[in-house]
Design a protein around this ligand. Sequence first.
Ligand code: ARG
Length: 407
Amino acid sequence: MQTMVKKIVLSYSGGLDTSVILKWLQETYQCEIIAFTADLGQGEELDQVRSKAEMLGVTDIRILDLREEFVRDFVFPMFRANTVYEGHYLLGSSIARPLIAKYLVQIAQEVGADAISHGATGKGNDQLRFELAANALDPAIKVIAPWRQWDIRSRTELVAYAERHQIPVPKDKRGDAPFSIDANLLHTSTEGKVLEDAGEAASAYVYQRTVDPVDAPDLPEVVTIGFEKGDAVSVNGTQLGPMELLIELNGLGSKHGIGRLDLVENRFVGVKSRGIYETPGGTILLAAHRGMESITLDRAAAHLKDEIMPRYAELIYNGFWYSPEREMLQALIDQSQNYVSGEVTLKLYKGAANVISRSSSNSLYSAELVTFEDDFGAYDQRDADGFIKLNGLRLKNWSARNNRVPA
Ligand code: ARG
C-alpha cells in the first residue's frame, strides 16, 4: 500500500527513464503530476520535452532556463573555494542537484503539491543530493524515489513497461544504453555499463565535448581572465555575465582538449565508481582562480582555505549544500575573496591550461621583498639567522634523543 499523496512534482528530463517514472507515478498514486525540467545547459532539445510530457497526459509542464542562476549562485560560489572532490572531480553533477531540488520544492509549494519525485537510482549520490536538499528546504515535503520502490530491475523490464504503456522507445534505447550521461554547463559525466571495468581504458567515443588533446591545435592560445572579488567577470577584456563567461571558457577548453578526467571515486553510499568527466571551462577557471589568489591572498588565509576545501567539497558531494556547516564554510570562503581581483593570463595547449602571468592592484606580491638583487632594507637577511635557529631548536633536541635511545 502506497502512502496517499495528492499532487507530485517530478524532475522530468523527457528521456525514457523519467517517462516511465511519470507513467508509474500516475498509475501508482492516481494523482496529478507536474513535470519540471531545468535547463542547465545540458544541450538537449527541450521543446521535445513538452510534447513528450503532454503525450503522457501532463497539463502542467514547466521548463525553466536556470543556466544563469546555476553558474552565478552555485558554480561560482563553489569555485571561490577551488573545490575538487578526492583531488580531481570538479563536482559538475553534485552542484546541479541542489538547484533542481530548490525548484522542485518551490513549484510544489506554488501548486500545493505534497510530494516531489526524481529519477535517481538507489545506488548513487544524486538521490541524497535531491532528498537532503528537499528536507532542508521544506521539512514537510514527501519524496518519492521510484527506483527504490518499484519492481523494475533492468533495462529490459523498463523497456517492456514503456511498451505496455505506449511510451515510445527510441531505437538506441532498446538495447542497453552504453553508459549513463549527466550534462550541464559545467560538465559532462559518463559512467556505468561499458565503463564499469576500471581496469579497461575508456574508448574515444565516450568523450563528447572535448577534442582529444592529441588532435587539439598545434599552436597554443593565450587567454586573459579578469576577476572581481573571487568571481570571473571578463575574458580577453570583454565583460561577461557568469553564464556567458562559462560558455566562452567551455568553447576554449573543448577546442584545446582541456578538462578530461578518468576517475575512480568513493560514492557517499559506500561503493567505488568509475566515471569519465569533461569539465573544459571549469578546468580553465580553476587554474585561473588559483593564479589570482596566488598574488592576492595572504599565506595563512590561502592555507586555511586549502585545509577546509576537501571538507567543503565532501559536503557538496554528499548532498549537504543546504546545511548549516556549508553555509558557515561559505561565509569564510566568501570573506576571503574580498581582494581577489585582477587579471590572470593562461596558455591553453593540448589539454593543459597553465597560468603564465597575473596582476592585481591588490597584489601582495612584492618584487622588492623577494628580489635577489639589491636590498632596500625591507628584508634584512640577518633576521633569518634567529628564525632558523629557533625553528631548528626542537629538531636538534629530537635528533639528539633519537641517537641516544635505540629505536
Ligand atoms: N558520480 C558523479 C557524482 O556523483 C556523477 C553522477 C551522475 N552521472 C551520471 N552519468 N549519471 O557526482
